[in-house]
Write a protein that binds this ligand. Structure first.
Ligand SMILES: [Zn+2]
Length: 289
């Protein structure tokens, strides 16, 4: 009672992947997050006339009050402002978790991050914490490239041209990067991410592609280079573990998520959406009066 909590995504807690510690790949993800009802078919919400759809992402938290399963509410320290903690449950967890849990770069490693939105820039903060040397951010928006440099990226590459991979190779003296993240989810970006890797480099797809898209690869070249690719949902993280870890890093100043957010009064929700689409806001946070 009275605890501060952050909400993560929903998962069944009982399938093999949940039990293995990877609830982002819960086999019941669609039903639990996008079914608009509780798993038993009932609704957690009513409007006075009867049940209404709810439970989007297990949350439907676009409200002053919500009704969620206990396991997706993660207790956080009260010394951190809730508006700064709000984005931890999905985008920030995806970026940070992919670096900490999947790629695990050693100090001095190089990394290229395609897409400098909330996920990509969260990955950048984690790459900094991991001691990466070259941290190359690729985006098509100048404002996002400037933001990347302000947050500690060593290089910002305009991805609107066709030569992003060449530029990444130039930056790394022709070698390619040790690690790469595709936070966009388009076939051409995924291919560029793979092509930017060095021998035995490790890439991760984290951006959500439109269903049905395919990508072509030079299998012989990919095999010869021994490149690895991981498909990563929610940073391969367990929210009950990674969210408190990130909160602790925020308390110490090591993970400045506050620099990613822009606050809007709830009444300015349309401006928040427009700024998100234009790229002016990385992570809009709506504040209820
Ligand atoms: Zn499950």
């Amino acid at each position: 009672m009275g605890d501060h909590v952050v909400l993560g995504f929903n998962y069944c807690q009982h399938c093999e992947t949940c039990l293995a510690g990877f609830p982002g790949n819960c086999i019941h993800t669609a039903q639990y997050n996008f079914g608009a009802l509780r798993p038993d078919g009932s609704s957690p919400l009513s409007d006075g006339h009867g049940a209404i759809a709810g439970s989007f992402f297990g949350q439907s938290s676009f409200a002053t009050h919500t009704n969620v399963s206990e396991h997706l509410a993660v207790k956080v320290p009260k010394d951190l402002a809730l508006d700064v903690l709000a984005p931890l449950g999905c985008g920030v967890m995806t970026g940070v978790g992919t670096v900490f849990n999947v790629l695990r770069p050693k100090p001095g490693s190089t990394i290229a991050i395609f897409g400098a939105g909330g996920v990509g820039l969260s990955a950048l903060l984690a790459a900094r914490l991991s001691g990466c040397s070259a941290m190359i951010l690729i985006d098509v928006l100048k404002s996002r490239l400037a933001k990347s440099l302000a947050l500690g990226a060593s290089h910002a590459v305009d991805g609107s041209g066709a030569n992003a991979v060449e530029l990444i190779r130039e930056i790394t003296q022709g070698r390619g990067v040790d690690f790469a993240i595709d936070a966009v989810g388009k076939p051409e970006v995924f291919r560029a991410m793979l092509d930017s890797l060095t021998v035995r480099g490790h890439g991760a797809l984290v951006g959500a592609p439109i269903p049905g898209q395919e990508v072509s690869l030079d299998l012989s070249q990919s095999l010869g280079a021994g490149r690895r690719v991981s498909m990563v949902l929610e940073g391969d993280a367990h929210p009950q573990l990674l969210i408190p870890q990130m909160a602790a890093l925020m308390s110490s100043g090591a993970l400045p998520v506050d620099k990613l957010i822009t606050r809007y009064p709830f009444g300015e929700i349309n401006r928040a959406l427009a700024d998100s689409l234009s790229g002016d806001a990385v992570k809009p946070v709506l504040i209820f009066p």
